[in-house]
Design a protein around this ligand. Structure first.
Ligand SMILES: *[C@@H]1O[C@H](CO)[C@@H](O)[C@H](O)[C@H]1NC(C)=O
Ligand SMILES: *[C@@H]1O[C@H](CO)[C@@H](O)[C@H](O)[C@H]1NC(C)=O
Ligand SMILES: *[C@@H]1O[C@H](CO)[C@@H](O)[C@H](O)[C@H]1NC(C)=O
Ligand SMILES: *[C@@H]1O[C@H](CO)[C@@H](O)[C@H](O)[C@H]1NC(C)=O
Ligand SMILES: *[C@@H]1O[C@H](CO)[C@@H](O)[C@H](O)[C@H]1NC(C)=O
Ligand SMILES: *[C@@H]1O[C@H](CO)[C@@H](O)[C@H](O)[C@H]1NC(C)=O
Ligand SMILES: *[C@@H]1O[C@H](CO)[C@@H](O)[C@H](O)[C@H]1NC(C)=O
Ligand SMILES: *[C@@H]1O[C@H](CO)[C@@H](O)[C@H](O)[C@H]1NC(C)=O
Length: 334
């Protein structure tokens, strides 16, 4: 009962937050923004400067249990790790974050995402991966200090959406990445639902753990996808059902599904019809933030795509690599 009431309280605050002066859906900068190498402080700064309502980041643990901001469990797609530590890969050829101490990782430089072991950029239209600018890995602490510092210096409220990467993988190393995250946030006094931090992960049971065992009052979002992608052992077939959404309502404020769970697309990328997931989620007071809207790779008409998700699907937010473009399109349409 207590948990239930706590949640009503959280949901109300969440709705108030969302409604504060924002008439359009939220715009969330995926890995910062697409304009500089992903997740660097520079890339995050651009998303903040473009007035993204939130900046989405991913966190992993180093060997010495420090939280760093990186998307993959390995370092090879975004750094020069193989040049700096040629003898530290595992038998699959990859260098894993968990095998390095933070001080070792500070020696790396970061570049635009490539296909590991090639010179091929994943997103050719983005910042050149061959650039010699020494971007660096950001720690979570630095990212929080950027958020708080910019909020102070610009007198605007920025928010961070923190994705916990693969809690089950981290637990193989006997560490609860969720506990370390919550205690790190506590050290910054970031504990309340009105604070500028939101947490998401694909391992839904970790969200329940954060709410019920760690007693966190922070806003939580359930990432949803298909079971066959193995993003976690959570049963997404269940969490996408009416019964599952009803359960989610008791401990999270929103769902973040891949956009193909909300809309059926044809082979050529055109829209066929809308699924019932958004309507069902709204029935259980869950906001809906689909991902990932990429202007540089979408084959169809990006403006029509955004308009469709806004007006027809009626999502509550967009997770996008180009927050500036999505904000412009949404504000133009109001
Ligand atoms: C690291 O590997 C290179 C070849 O990949 C080898 O020449 C070198 O001796 C190794 N260094 C150490 C310290 O094992
Ligand atoms: C990495 O940085 C540490 C200091 O934190 C230094 O002792 C070490 O030699 C550096 N390693 C390489 C390969 O540059
Ligand atoms: C984790 O803890 C278990 C049980 O205490 C132990 O058997 C295992 O070796 C530990 N693993 C690591 C990677 O420390
Ligand atoms: C980050 O901040 C936490 C909490 O203050 C602290 O325990 C931790 O050592 C810091 N880590 C780094 C890498 O600065
Ligand atoms: C957190 O709040 C406590 C109590 O109000 C205060 O003493 C401490 O300085 C704050 N810490 C930070 C990092 O703001
Ligand atoms: C997910 O795991 C199953 C069973 O281990 C495997 O067959 C499948 O290829 C995996 N899928 C992906 C996308 O990795
Ligand atoms: C929507 O499209 C899918 C895929 O083509 C189809 O299986 C489904 O029956 C359609 N649903 C409705 C309500 O038209
Ligand atoms: C929603 O759609 C799914 C898949 O098409 C279907 O299995 C489910 O029964 C529908 N749920 C409701 C409540 O309409």
């Amino acid at each position: 009962m207590f948990v239930y009431m706590l949640n009503i309280h959280l949901i109300l605050i969440f709705i108030v937050n969302i409604c504060q002066g924002i008439e359009r859906p939220l715009v969330i900068g995926h890995r910062g923004s697409a304009y500089l190498p992903e997740l660097t402080l520079e890339s995050q700064s651009i998303a903040h400067a473009y007035q993204a309502d939130m900046v989405e980041i991913d966190v992993c643990l180093t060997r010495d249990n420090q939280l760093i901001v990186i998307h993959d469990l390995y370092l090879n797609a975004v750094s020069n790790v193989k040049d700096i530590y040629p003898n530290r890969s595992r038998s699959d050829g990859y260098h894993y974050v968990i095998d390095f101490d933070l001080n070792e990782l500070r020696n790396l430089t970061i570049h635009e995402r490539i296909i590991p072991f090639t010179n091929t950029q994943v997103y050719p239209a983005r910042f050149p991966s061959s650039s010699s600018i020494p971007f660096h890995l950001a720690t979570l602490n630095e990212t929080i200090e950027l958020l708080l510092g910019l909020s102070h210096s610009t007198n605007q409220q920025y928010q961070l959406l923190i994705e916990i990467k693969n809690p089950e993988y981290h637990s193989q190393y006997n560490t609860s990445i969720s506990s370390i995250l919550i205690s790190t946030l506590q050290a910054y006094n970031l504990t309340e639902s009105h604070h500028p931090i939101v947490i998401q992960t694909f391992h839904i049971e970790d969200l329940l753990y954060i709410r019920e065992n760690l007693n966190s009052r922070l806003r939580l979002i359930a990432l949803l996808t298909w079971n066959h992608l193995n993003e976690s052992s959570s049963n997404f077939d269940f969490y996408r059902s009416e019964e599952g959404l009803q359960k989610l309502e008791t401990f999270v404020q929103a769902i973040a599904p891949n956009m193909e769970l909300l809309v059926n697309f044809a082979e050529d990328g055109s829209i066929i019809n809308v699924t019932n997931l958004t309507v069902l989620a709204h029935k259980y007071n869950l906001a809906v933030y689909p991902w990932t809207f990429r202007h540089d790779t979408y084959k169809g008409n990006f403006e029509q795509l955004i308009d469709f998700f806004h007006r027809t699907v009626q999502v509550d937010g967009f997770i996008t690599s180009q927050p500036d473009i999505v904000i412009e399109l949404l504000e133009k349409k109001i």
